[in-house]
Design a binder for this molecule. Structure first.
Ligand SMILES: Nc1ncnc2c1ncn2[C@@H]1O[C@H](COP(=O)(O)OP(=O)(O)OP(=O)(O)O)[C@@H](O)[C@H]1O
Length: 319
């Protein structure tokens, strides 16, 4: 006899069908929420974050300390689970992965580079052995492993380091080896959390160049969390996270030219006004919106809109 889906499954299906389809991106975060609860406190690290990253992008995520960047990366890397919302990477629903699928996802689909050089490499293995190790987990034949590892070290510019252990490498060399390790199993997405954070400018540039090559030559879509302007000013798109949500996006032309800043508008019509506008115009609690013929005006509470603007509804601010 055919088994019918239970009511809960049907409800889920109905809810899914009502959502607009956002799955055009390789990485899609939709209203992502992550709440950390400890005995006394509750921290809302992500508060309804939306983000779409197209396949082939090399983009930066920036934001003040505590804004939620590492939380987002932990979720995308499959290490952590969101409290609510949706996160899809290369067709994998990160909220629905079973234990085995999660292991497979972490081995094949994503690669990561952490800020602390010591977290990326095993100290008792040479650079070549470190790069070959992830391939062993997915059963690539030994000879192929060594050949591919050597090739990857060459791509990231540290072929000369192949037989050295991490302690015999500079911080920048270690991070470039880490990029090779992260790309060993040809992941669709490469995540890097402050990869140049502990390096001087010249080494930082070399590590960023390695990430760029992973993007351009190995076809990985790259997301870098960074405080380093060297990185954020050279990628085409930089997304700023504020209070657990994407707030602004800066788009640049080739070689980092002609930066234009946009404010992110989510599907519900919410946006975060830049803090300096809020301060400069004394915007608090609620604002008045006016529909002009080609733009929307935002007025502080109590200030009369100009006579030629059409009045609009008063809106709750600070949502
Ligand atoms: N395991 C945890 N338990 C409780 N709170 C946490 C945990 N991890 C992060 N947080 C809190 O969540 C918020 C976001 O932290 P997150 O590390 O994602 O920020 P961030 O933008 O990466 O900061 P930074 O730039 O300093 O690394 C912070 O308030 C942080 O204290």
């Amino acid at each position: 006899m055919r088994q019918l889906p239970d009511l809960r499954k049907l409800e889920e299906r109905a809810r899914d069908a009502q959502r607009p389809h956002l799955d055009d991106g390789l990485v899609v975060c939709d209203n992502l929420v992550r709440v950390y609860r400890t005995d006394e406190v509750e921290v809302q690290a992500l508060q309804g974050l939306d983000l779409v990253v197209e396949e082939g992008e090399c983009m930066a995520l920036v934001g003040a300390s505590g804004s939620g960047k590492s939380t987002l990366l932990s979720i995308l890397s499959g290490l952590d689970l969101p409290t609510a919302g949706r996160a899809r990477v290369a067709g994998h629903d990160l909220l629905a992965l079973k234990r085995r699928e999660r292991i497979g996802y972490r081995r094949h689909t994503v690669g990561f580079v952490w800020q602390q050089t010591g977290r990326n490499l095993l100290p008792y293995l040479t650079a070549l052995e470190n790069v070959a190790l992830p391939m062993k987990y997915v059963r690539v034949p030994r000879r192929e492993r060594a050949a591919r590892a050597a090739e990857l070290l060459d791509v990231v510019g540290v072929a000369h380091c192949r037989d050295r252990r991490p302690a015999e490498l500079s911080g920048g060399e270690q991070q470039r080896v880490a990029v090779a390790v992260a790309t060993a199993n040809a992941p669709r997405v490469l995540l890097a959390d402050e990869p140049t954070g502990e390096l001087d400018t010249a080494s930082g540039e070399e590590v960023f160049a390695a990430l760029r090559r992973a993007n351009e030559e190995l076809g990985a879509t790259v997301l870098v969390v960074t405080h380093d302007p060297l990185v954020s000013e050279q990628v085409r798109r930089t997304v700023r996270i504020r209070d657990g949500r994407t707030s602004t996006e800066t788009l640049r032309g080739p070689g980092g030219t002609g930066a234009e800043e946009y404010t992110v508008l989510d599907r519900a019509g919410r946006l975060q006004l830049p803090q300096d506008y809020v301060d400069r115009y004394g915007l608090r609690d609620r604002v008045r919106l006016t529909a002009e013929h080609d733009h929307v005006g935002v007025w502080p509470n109590g200030k009369p809109p100009s006579p030629d603007s059409e009045p609009s509804t008063e809106t709750e601010g600070d949502r």
